[in-house]
Design a protein around this ligand. Structure first.
Ligand code: NDP
Length: 288
């Protein structure tokens, strides 16, 4: 039987609709939630991603603003911009779009964002909370994957999950989130000698590498659940994931498409984190 295609676009739309109600409630209490996105330089993919994020802000009735710094900005320039946004009470969530130009250290930048405004979940404090299993902002892409599994009633408990990729924004945090849900997690990377031997053991495969069609049909067992995080622009201009979708969809149990799978959920989780940030900031506002 062909796989059920996990419709991330539809789930993300539902999430955004629910968030619009929460935004409305905040506005009725006199608070207009606001996300600030900082872009350094002219990366064209970054511009596309930021546009999608700002559009989602508008869709839920929230304010979204882009703060643009030139590509030759120094790390101090970026930290100064973040400092201003940290100090601005009208800003509830701050995101610095990655990648950053050479010479600007992503950790230094992430750790400069006030943890309660760190809606990308990359501040060391939020990553530490993730490791400890404590409440905090979770990185958006892994949070979106977990939400997709929930929406399709896929229980990771006791399942063998193989994660391909060990980045701080996807591979490592999704491994922790699924461990927390009692999955048995194997993490693979570029030094894993026989990737197929690992992925064939998986009940759930999550691929976050950035290589078109890396995961082939003979690397996945029939009935597996396949989550494709990769976004690759082919020479033809078409988008492709890290998974050979056409070859794997006929035998998998569930599969996410690219586009329309994990990507829209990343944006939805960013908006969710920002709404939560605004709700928490409104709750601690002593003037209320
Ligand atoms: P990174 O480049 O930070 O990490 C890639 C990981 O893949 C590394 O851990 C690397 O291993 C591993 N890797 C590289 N080659 C191989 C290989 N041949 N076999 C096994 N592992 C390999 O990427 P990101 O995690 O930031 O992103 C991954 C992909 O997901 C990209 O296509 C990106 O565009 C996409 N993405 C999509 C998002 C969405 O919302 N849909 C959000 C974020 C990312 P090593 O550590 O050894 O170098």
């Amino acid at each position: 039987m062909p796989a059920t295609i996990i419709d991330g676009k539809a789930v993300a739309q539902r999430v955004l609709q629910q968030l619009a109600t929460r935004v409305q409630a905040l506005k009725e209490r006199g608070m207009a939630p606001r996300l600030a996105v900082v872009r350094v330089g002219d990366d064209s993919a970054s511009k596309v991603y930021i546009r999608a994020k700002i559009r989602a802000c508008e869709q839920v009735g929230m304010l979204g603003g882009e703060f643009e710094l030139p590509g030759d900005s120094t790390e101090s320039d970026v930290l100064r911009q973040i400092g201003e946004l940290n100090a601005d009470p009208s800003v509830h969530g701050i995101l610095v779009q990655l990648p950053l130009p050479k010479g600007i250290r992503p950790h230094r930048v992430a750790d400069h964002i006030a943890p309660h405004k760190d809606v990308d979940g990359l501040h060391v404090q939020n990553l530490g909370r993730l490791l400890q299993g404590e409440a905090g902002f979770r990185p958006c892409t892994p949070a979106g994957i977990v939400r997709l599994l929930d929406e399709y009633a896929i229980d990771a408990r006791g399942k063998h999950v193989v994660v391909v990729g060990r980045s701080e924004i996807v591979g490592k945090p999704i491994s922790l989130l699924l461990l927390e849900r009692d999955a048995t997690v194997t993490v693979c990377h570029s030094r894993t000698p026989d990737l197929g031997a690992m992925t064939r053991l998986a009940d759930i495969v999550v691929v976050a590498v950035g290589r078109p069609h890396l995961l082939k049909a003979d690397m996945v067992r029939p009935g597996a659940i396949v989550i494709d995080v990769g976004v690759n622009r082919l020479p033809s201009g078409k988008l492709a994931g890290d998974v050979d979708f056409d070859a794997i969809a006929p035998t998998a149990a569930y599969i996410t498409p690219v586009p329309g799978g994990v990507g829209p959920m990343t944006v939805a989780m960013l908006i969710q984190n920002t709404v939560e940030a605004a709700e928490r900031q409104s709750a601690i506002d002593p003037s209320e």
